[in-house]
Design a protein around this ligand. Sequence first.
Ligand code: HEC
Ligand code: HEC
Length: 209
Amino acid sequence: MKAILLVATGMMFVAGVDAAPSTQVAWTPATLDFVEKGDAGRGKALSAPCAGCHDGTGTNPSLSGQLPTYLYRQMQDYKNGNRQDPTTIMNTMASALRDQDMADLAAWYGQQAPMRGAGGASDATGIAGRGEGRRMEPPCSSCHGGAGQGEKVDTPRLAGQSAAYLEATLLAYKSGQRANDIYSRMRLIAAKLSDAEIRQLADYYSRLK
Ligand code: HEC
Ligand code: HEC
């Protein structure tokens, strides 16, 4: 599948942000088609070594019901080193996966019932639904959807995700440790949030059903 590894997104220069390409995955029609045709049956078998960790507790993200395109790109980014897991576990896990394995795993997880929060969500910062004009923060919902359901092509679902994981990964965008978001979209947004707001937003999205 040669079409996948086109270096596409690279050269957008943003002040203060590393100009290295954030990902090697280009969403060409061929790549989208390849991910869409992932074999969920094969993905299920391949997911056995992943299950012990990916239960959505603590800082282990749930993958259930997540967008396959998003999952596929994260696996490629771990393999290429564009996304660095601080524990390096995911970089090691992904290094053993071929393109077809990643598409199959993404198809399997994408078909699972999505994670659901416990309810009682409150958008205490107002930023999730309204954004904040003064800091030029767009509403999170403008990309992640009004119910945190995620959007095509690869904006992830947040609803019901582990709060500890959401907080940790937002802090990683803020510090620049996680740097595989195309055009620094999430880094620029997270950099303007206080740690307290990050905690509140993580709590809000984790509670959505
Ligand atoms: C030892 C525990 C462990 C195992 C085994 C493991 N993972 Fe992970 N995985 C993690 C952790 C922890 C993270 C978050 C890392 C980070 O912050 O970058 C993660 C992140 C991910 C992500 C990104 C999720 C997101 O929302 O961005 C994907 C996709 C993923 N893993 C897929 C897999 C697959 C597929 C397997 C099996 C082949 C697997 N993982 C095995 C612990 C594990
Ligand atoms: C301009 C569109 C856009 C806006 C606005 C936006 N996001 Fe994102 N977000 C994205 C995209 C695209 C990704 C995936 C980027 C990547 O690959 O790292 C993402 C990733 C994330 C992740 C990582 C999820 C995971 O499973 O690892 C979190 C958490 C997140 N966003 C939270 C937020 C919050 C909270 C806000 C509001 C303060 C917000 N986002 C606003 C587009 C957006």
